[in-house]
Design a protein around this ligand. Structure first.
Ligand code: SAH
Length: 468
């Protein structure tokens, strides 16, 4: 199985940066189903082609009957009784070998990652159930020029007709990340089979990689149906959650920007004050089970864990990287079993209804709303206030009025580059009162940090409590 990606941007060798694979070398990887190799048949300033070659080991597959490594955190789930079908291996290989490119992350060249380039992807043999017409219906709405050449079932017996295999080239002006997410989702859809067990995790993957395009795709139903292998309950779940689109890539730059925000706010250790205020509000509510939504690196969860009042704590974040850091901070793998039972970190987005968020006494949403696009706040509201509906919700956000007091913050700038907005006290209170009224909560407001007579406190906090 061979996938090639060609860039004709200048300098075309930037493709090496984008894929994080140097064009001068061959890169080989052991995967659970065989080997993957990345190499560059051509690499000049004008034209650069990267090839991903899969060498699936049929004997090995049978010998160790298990799902591919890395496909989800708990491999046990992927005990595999499915027939092995070639093409979804390519998706797994894309995720494993080109993971950073698929996530669209770059420490130093984010601009390049976000720039659409003239690209062509060729798949040497693509199983395509539904024929060329279906292939076009999948890729053309996404902006690709599609060329496909079919293979006869058997070259010697022309009258046997065409096979369902095609050599396919897709051309578009596209970011490499977008191209990879399209391939990741649509190759198994074309093949209409997957070699690993499809569970709830698959919905997360579909929504994550479908971000920004699946919602508007005219074939989204069939894509979802085939991707989830026709499992009705999963399909309905995924389709209903597609109501809202996922927010921009969670991991990128989050880490660095958080550091900057910490510097700006450092002088009075606002972080500590905020944590204290949130924990106090949660304690006062009498909550035993708490959600830490947008838990980031897990500071709040860590503090809650020290207090025996909190029997069950679940931290959720859309950034997998943040969760990894949280896991280290909490020393989850070395935690005594009894302690460990009280805490879980889950990957998910506040943009989707999520049944894992039900049945909690309280939720904390600390410095998260300002990271959400304002038009999407309505989705967040429904996820939390309508579906999860904990008795108490403690929510904090910066007070924009206070920004004039930060010496290191240039006028008109937000505290954190990822902030989509920062609210004045009046704006925050009017938003919070509106949702409280809509969803049957009472709300009170508390300042966090030193209060200035004119501009108020640096952080504003709302505590919502259900009226019923
Ligand atoms: N609550 C933490 C982190 C705040 S930073 C603290 O106070 O330290 C904001 C966090 O919100 C980031 O970790 C970011 O990944 C997360 N986030 C942004 N959009 C999100 C979404 N749609 N769903 C869940 N988390 C999200």
């Amino acid at each position: 199985m061979l996938l090639t990606i060609t860039s004709t941007a200048t300098p075309a060798t930037d493709l090496g940066h984008l894929l994080r694979k140097h064009p001068g070398r061959t890169h080989s990887f052991d995967l659970s189903f065989g080997k993957a190799h990345v190499f560059y048949p051509e690499a000049t300033d004008e034209r650069c082609t990267a090839a991903l070659l899969l060498d699936v080991d049929p004997v090995g597959l049978v010998r160790n009957r298990r799902g591919p490594a890395g496909e989800g955190r708990s491999l046990e789930q992927y005990v595999n009784d499915r027939p092995y079908v070639s093409s979804s291996f390519l998706s797994v290989a894309i995720a494993e070998v080109l993971g950073s490119a698929l996530a669209g992350k770059s420490k130093d060249r984010q601009e390049l990652v976000d720039t659409p380039l003239p690209l062509a992807a060729t798949l040497s043999v693509l199983p395509c159930r539904g024929g060329e017409a279906f292939l076009r219906r999948l890729f053309e709405p996404l902006g690709y020029t599609v060329s496909a050449r079919g293979f006869p079932l058997d070259e010697k017996f022309g009258d046997w007709g065409e096979s369902s295999y095609f050599r396919v080239t897709l051309k578009a002006e596209m970011t490499v990340r977008r191209l990879l997410t399209h391939l990741y989702v649509l190759i198994p859809v074309l093949d209409n089979d997957k070699h690993y067990w499809v569970g709830d995790d698959e919905i997360e993957k579909l929504l994550k990689h479908g971000e920004g395009w699946l919602l508007d795709h005219p074939e989204r139903e069939i894509i979802t149906t085939r991707y989830l292998k026709h499992q009705r309950s999963l399909i309905n779940d995924a389709l209903s959650r597609l109501v809202v689109e996922e927010s921009a890539d969670p991991d990128h730059t989050q880490e660095e920007h958080s550091k900057e925000e910490a510097q700006v706010e450092e002088k009075i250790s606002l972080n500590e004050l905020r944590l204290g205020a949130v924990v106090a509000a949660l304690k006062n509510s009498g909550a035993k089970t708490v959600l830490d939504l947008g838990c980031g690196e897990g500071r709040l969860s860590q503090t809650l864990l020290k207090d025996r009042q909190f029997e069950r704590i679940v931290g959720m974040d859309v950034s997998y990287r943040a969760l990894e850091i949280a896991q280290d901070r909490l020393k989850l793998d070395r935690m005594p079993a009894q302690q460990k039972e009280r805490i879980r970190l889950i990957h998910g987005s506040l943009m989707y209804r999520d049944k894992r968020l039900k049945d909690f006494d309280a939720a904390a949403v600390v410095e998260v709303v300002e990271h959400l696009d304002q038009p999407r706040l309505a989705a967040f509201e429904r996820v939390l206030f309508e579906c999860a509906k904990p008795r108490t919700i403690v929510l904090t956000t910066p007070n924009a009025e206070y920004n004039v007091k930060w010496e290191s913050l240039p006028a008109g700038k937000f505290r954190h580059k990822d902030h989509r907005f920062e609210w004045t006290r009046a704006e925050f209170q009017s938003w919070a009162k509106g949702i409280a009224e809509k969803w049957g909560y009472g709300v009170r407001f508390l300042p966090v940090g030193p209060e200035d007579a004119l501009v108020g406190s640096p952080t504003q906090m709302a505590v919502f409590t259900t009226l019923a």
